[in-house]
Design a protein around this ligand. Structure first.
Ligand SMILES: [Zn+2]
Length: 88
C-alpha cells in the first residue's frame, strides 16, 4: 500500500483530495508557492527582482508572471537590455 501525503491528508481530513494540481494554472496545490495576492509574498517577489537587477547589469527589467485566477507565481521573466554589450 502506498503511503504518500495525499493518503495522510485524506486520513486526517476524511475527504479525498480532488486534485493535487490547481485547475487554473496546474501548480501543485500543497506547494508552498509565492502568491501575488499575499502582501508578504509580493514583497519577496519584488526583493528577488531587485536583487537580480543589482547582480546582473544586462537585465533591463523583470516581469513577474502570476496566475490570473489564483495569483500563484508562475515564473520570473528577465528581459535583457538590448545593447551590443551583452554579446561581448
Ligand atoms: Zn492558478
Amino acid at each position: 500500500m502506498k503511503l504518500d501525503r495525499s493518503y495522510f491528508k485524506e486520513k486526517h481530513t476524511g475527504k479525498k483530495p480532488e486534485s493535487q494540481y490547481t485547475i487554473c494554472c496546474n501548480q501543485l496545490v500543497d506547494r508552498d508557492i509565492l502568491n501575488k495576492n499575499n502582501k508578504d509574498d509580493y514583497e519577496l517577489m519584488e526583493g528577488y527582482c531587485e536583487a537580480s537587477l543589482q547582480q546582473h547589469t544586462a537585465i533591463d527589467h523583470i516581469k513577474i508572471e502570476c496566475c490570473e485566477e489564483c495569483g500563484r507565481l508562475i515564473k520570473y521573466v528577465s528581459v535583457l537590455t538590448q545593447t551590443r554589450d551583452n554579446w561581448k
